[in-house]
Write a protein that binds this ligand. Structure first.
Ligand code: ACO
Length: 323
């Protein structure tokens, strides 16, 4: 027998305030036409004044727990993936833990847009080695707080939000017929940090800083790295691209999603897309998209679901799940 981590519930939360491309065109020299053509983004949600990453995470977590039918007493691990924590310390996860009344242990994972894959992989390992039975894995971000709202090259691309899953250990046979997470792969390459980074931090500038990005370079690496890591999880499980029922990618740019799907011959209707409505919500984007596709009935038990992401660092990774 082998312990597998199964996703038994999903939840998400988006701040009420919706900002359209036309709204942004009043602040910076841009247009709805440019943003839609280059990115597919039509709008994004922006957190209200005083609304923090832990607030968003808490709301998404409550919904995921309700969907899973578990209570605070059942949860023994919380991991929050975020690059926009409420405070430098303590971990945002401990704030969520306190509000939910969960015992056990809680910590944050920082891998920017790949954060959810890193957090899911980490929780999977704790479950498989028996240190946790039921985990909350949350991606939550308030990227609006680290954007340079004068920089049209970056401020149009991002939004705020949170998504969460409840992961629970189940017994499997150790074969690829099991349900749950069947493969995870993570990568990073610190030599590329200047292509996508925040120009501040407690130890360097004692400021929060703003996001800086070389968009075309990031695009180029994203397409290559994502294709590579999807191939790895397919090889790990002996599956083919045609076995994928749902691709749930990190939502950065419609052109990256199209290009990745094209590379594997995956039809567009098997790719879960939210970037048009949410923009890039960094670590929150995969669980937000997953929650949507699970709650509207697209993802069904038994489906093969591939989650993948790439972000600052660079970091990238993928998980393959039998639902
Ligand atoms: N509105 C209007 N014009 C703009 C805007 C804007 N918001 N932003 C840039 N421009 C202009 C530029 O100034 C430039 O003008 P110029 O030719 O007069 O100098 C022109 O548009 C083209 O700029 P590029 O940067 O070459 O535009 P590109 O086609 O590369 O698109 C984009 C930019 C959308 C950022 C693209 O490179 C991209 O999507 N990259 C991926 C980055 C990404 O997704 N990052 C997210 C984090 S990492 C991740 O999640 C994978």
């Amino acid at each position: 027998m082998t312990t597998r981590s199964r996703i038994i519930g999903c939840g998400s939360y988006l701040p009420a305030n919706v900002v359209t491309n036309d709204d942004l065109a009043k602040r910076v020299d841009t247009s709805d036409e440019w943003i839609v053509a280059r990115t597919g983004i039509r709008q994004r949600h922006i957190a209200a004044e005083g609304e923090t990453t832990s607030d968003l995470a808490f709301e998404a977590a409550k919904k995921a727990m309700e969907h899973a039918g578990v209570t605070s007493e059942d949860i023994d691990l919380i991991i929050v993936a975020t690059a926009t924590p409420d405070n430098t310390f303590p971990a945002t996860a401990t704030k969520v833990q306190n509000r939910l009344g969960v015992k056990g242990f809680a910590f944050d994972v920082q891998a920017v847009c790949s954060g959810f894959i890193y957090a899911l992989t980490t929780a999977d390992m704790y479950i498989r080695n028996g240190q946790a039975k039921t985990a909350l894995v949350i991606g939550a971000e308030t990227f609006s707080r680290i954007l340079d709202w004068e920089d049209r090259r970056t401020c149009v691309l991002f939004g705020d939000g949170a998504g969460a899953v409840v992961l629970q250990g189940v017994e499997g046979n150790g074969t690829m017929e099991d349900v749950g997470i069947l493969a995870n792969r993570l990568h990073s390459d610190g030599s590329k940090y200047e292509l996508l980074y925040v120009d501040g931090g407690p130890s360097s500038t004692q400021t929060v800083g703003h996001l800086r990005m070389e968009g075309q370079e990031v695009f180029r690496h994203a397409v290559t790295n994502l294709a590579g890591v999807i191939r790895e999880v397919l090889a790990d499980t002996g599956l083919e691209p045609t076995d994928i029922d749902w691709l749930v990618p990190h939502q950065a740019n419609q052109r990256i999603l199209d290009s990745t799907a094209r590379k594997f011959g995956i039809s567009k209707d098997k790719v879960v897309v939210t970037v048009d409505r949410h923009a890039n919500t960094s670590a929150a984007s995969i669980p937000l998209a997953l929650a949507e596709a699970v709650h509207d009935g697209r993802v069904q038990r038994g489906d093969i679901v591939v989650l993948e992401a790439m972000g600052g660092g660079f970091t990238w990774g993928a998980s393959l799940v039998r639902w």
